[in-house]
Each structure stands twice: as C-alpha cells, then as structure tokens.
Design a protein around this ligand. Structure first.
Ligand SMILES: Cc1cc2nc3c(=O)[nH]c(=O)nc-3n(C[C@H](O)[C@H](O)[C@H](O)COP(=O)(O)OP(=O)(O)OC[C@H]3O[C@@H](n4cnc5c(N)ncnc54)[C@H](O)[C@@H]3O)c2cc1C
Length: 393
C-alpha cells in the first residue's frame, strides 16, 4: 500500500491528525495494533478540562484546555455533557492556595463563580468544606467523540489498518504484521509507546523525552455527583470525581513506569485513592467500587509526574514526526500543529479546518440501526461495526 502520510496510532492524537490531514486533501493511512482508541484514549477519566486544574503550575496547558473545551463543545456537542465542575477546599487544605488559584483562573481566562449553597447542589460533599468555586469543566465520552472523528476522516479519504501491529520501519517502509505500507512521511502518534516506534525508525534513535505515567480510576455503580468534583489544592492523587452516565469515576494516581505494557496496580494504590477521595466525598469510604481500570499518560519528561507539564512537543526526525505529551482535551490542537508541520513537509500549504468541522454522532446512528433491546448493547455493537466499516476500501 502507498500513502502520503502514515499515522501510527489510532488514539485521540492520531485520529484528529487523520481528520486534519484528510480535510487538507492529503492521503493518510492510520495503523493501530488494536482498535480505535484502544490505548490511553479509551481508558481516560472522562473529563473535558476547563484548564482550572493546571492554573497553579502549568499555565500554557490551562489556556490550551479552556480554548479546546470551547471548540470541542461546539463541533461535537453529542459527545460532551455540560455538567460544569466544582473546585472545593476542605478543612485542613492550604487556604493561601485559594487566592493563588482564583488569580490563575483570571489569568487563564477561565470563567468562574463562587458557590455558596454547595451542599444543596452536591449533597455528598464533605460538610467540612470551606470554599467552592464553579468552572466550565465538562464530561466527554471518548467513544462517541472519536467514532465520529474517525468516520469523518474516512469520509474525506483516510484509510484504516486496525488490529495491525507495526513491527519495523525501514526508510519510508513500515513493516506490519500484515504487510508493508510505503509512505512519504510517517507520523508517530503512538502515545506512551512513541519511544518504541521512534527506536524502530532510526538507528541513532533520537531521544524522545517521554515519561510514561500510570493512573488508576475506580468506578462506582451509582452517580454520586452532578458536577465534576475537584479538590482545590495543587494537583494530587484522588482529587477528581467524574459523573459519567449512571456511574461516578474516582481518579487518579500518577506513577512513572518503565514499560507501558507492563504496569502494575497494587491494593495500596486503590486504598490510597479511596482515602484521598473520601476527604472530599466521605461516602466513598463506605462504598465498594464496582471495578477499576488504568492507563498510561504519554507525559513530557519533568521532575515528577504531578508537576510535569501537560503541554506537548513535536520531534522532527526527517521523514518521521513524533508527538508526545498533551491531554485528550487538547488532542485537536496537537493534531492541528502536527498537521501544519506535516503538510509543509509534503508541500501542501492548506490550513487546518478541524476547529470548524462538525463531528457526526455516528455511534448513535449505528447504534439505533443495530439496537437489540438495550442501548448499551447497541453502542458496543455499533463501535465494532464501525471499525469494520472503516477498513473497507
Ligand atoms: C489515568 C489517566 C486519566 C486521564 N484522564 C484524562 C481526562 O480526564 N481528560 C483528558 O483530557 N485527558 C486525560 N488523560 C490524558 C489522555 O487520555 C491522553 O493524553 C491521550 O488519550 C493520549 O492520546 P494518544 O493518542 O497520544 O495516545 P493513545 O491513546 O495511547 O494512542 C496510541 C496508540 O498507538 C497504538 N500503538 C502503540 N504501539 C503500536 C504499534 N507498534 N503498532 C501500531 N499501533 C501501536 C496503541 O494501540 C494506541 O491506540 C488521562 C490519562 C490517564 C493515563
């Protein structure tokens, strides 16, 4: 197979890049060893950040988040739920941080309002709370969002090779377990696996400054909150409870790991999350989570996992571009910047259109056609059916 640009990784970054480039009229092929968003993107926390979480230590990322929060809400309203978010401080939290936080919201341009009657809005919050502020945090369903992004990319000419692992790269040839793809330019959007793709490409192997960082999330099988609840303190573990459909998801931890395929979770991690979460929502100490899941962040290297920036970086390795860092919230922006560099390299000087291109609610359309009884079965079926359709020529 011959293509202009081969994208390795069908996560948030790779899929938005496929859409961006195909809207510019560039021929792209997306390759993933799993299905759509089968890496970190399908196992995230579900929070479309307002940026508030980063105002104290990562202003660039905070500003990117609020801008992208607005854009994604406009282009993909079906996949985003405007729950709003609260940041709450409880007795014992550092009160001087509150002022710093509010200043940061102003500097980043994040709209906020102090909330007085918090317990009426969120009865499960601790009675020990001392301050609460509301911000435009939202909830995102990554499956509904990226089903639509992939579908729209396909409609504009993108090709998909899913369940196809890249084994080797030799010059402009990508050797997969199912055959070869010849490409003018390779994009390495393999998230936490990006260094291993980079190492296949070049013998000298450019050093990709990536810090794979595992995070655990606990799922409670009832909805405990209406808004996203965040602890008002510098980012730490067990700080966020996301209302996700009829569940609530508590997260998360942040531990640097060597190999994203061999990360382990201990009982202590889970206990620690529950203890930290209970300071904000005491009920969590009485409830048993229904299940847990985890994934690995492709963070840019920093001194430690919590203070590392959520900004991103593009590495130019000649006929391969590698992108690392960022958030799912900022994946459209990452793809836009990456596609600007990619299209310049292959002498196409068109501009990005993803900020104004509506994303179709394709999963609902497929699910409605295929629903057998209940809706959840419909969505699961619709997602795998879409993966098949994407791979037809
Ligand atoms: C615990 C946790 C919670 C998070 N919560 C949030 C949140 O609430 N909000 C938010 O905005 N962000 C969140 N993030 C961050 C966000 O999920 C990630 O930044 C984003 O999903 C990364 O997307 P990606 O496309 O770069 O990587 P991925 O989604 O990991 O995609 C990389 C793809 O490359 C493929 N691949 C790897 N190796 C090969 C190979 N050899 N051949 C072919 N394919 C290969 C993988 O299968 C994978 O699909 C969270 C991250 C973690 C870890």
């Amino acid at each position: 197979m011959i293509t202009d640009v081969a994208i390795i990784g069908a996560g948030a970054t790779g899929l938005f890049t496929a859409l961006d480039l195909s809207l510019r009229g560039i021929k792209v092929t997306v390759i993933d060893r799993g299905g759509l968003i089968s890496g970190t993107s399908g196992r995230m926390h579900g929070l479309l950040h307002s940026g508030a979480r980063y105002v104290s230590n990562d202003m660039t990322s905070a500003i990117q988040c609020i801008e992208e929060n607005t854009i994604l809400s406009r282009i993909a309203p079906h996949a985003i739920f405007d729950t709003k978010g609260l940041f709450v401080a409880v007795k014992g939290d550092d009160e001087s941080f509150i002022e710093e936080f509010v200043k940061g919201l102003e500097e980043a341009g994040i709209p906020y309002s102090e909330v007085k009657n918090v317990l009426e809005l969120e009865p499960n919050l601790s009675k020990d709370l001392i301050y609460a502020v509301q911000v435009p945090d939202k909830v995102v369903d990554p499956f509904r969002l990226f089903a639509g992004v992939a579908y729209e990319a396909k409609r504009n000419g993108a090709k998909f090779l899913l369940y196809t692992q890249v084994k080797k790269i030799s010059g402009s040839k990508i050797i997969t377990e199912k055959g070869e793809v010849e490409s003018k330019l390779i994009i390495n959007a393999a998230g936490p696996w990006a260094p291993s793709i980079s190492a296949m490409h070049s013998n000298e192997s450019k050093v990709i400054e990536l810090m794979p960082t595992i995070g655990v999330m606990l799922v409670y099988d009832k909805r405990l909150n209406n808004m996203v609840l965040n602890r008002l303190r510098p980012p730490s573990d067990g700080d966020i409870l996301v209302p996700y459909y009829n569940t609530s998801i508590l997260g998360t931890t942040a531990q640097v790991v060597e190999d994203p395929d061999n990360a382990e979770i201990s009982d202590e991690d889970i206990q620690y999350l529950i203890e930290e979460g209970s300071a904000m929502i005491p009920k969590l100490s009485e409830l048993k989570p229904k299940r847990f899941y985890y994934s690995v962040r492709p963070l840019l290297k920093g001194t430690d996992a919590r203070s590392a920036t959520r900004d991103f970086e593009i590495y130019d390795e000649g006929d391969m571009l590698t992108i690392v860092g960022g958030k799912l919230t900022t994946s459209r922006l990452m793809a836009e910047k990456l596609s600007d560099v990619a299209s310049e390299k292959i002498a196409n000087n068109s501009k990005s259109r993803t900020a104004t291109t509506p994303i179709p609610d394709v999963l609902s359309i497929y699910a409605l056609k295929n629903t057998i009884g209940d809706e959840i079965y419909g969505y699961g079926y619709a997602f795998s059916r879409l993966e098949e359709v994407l791979q037809y020529d």
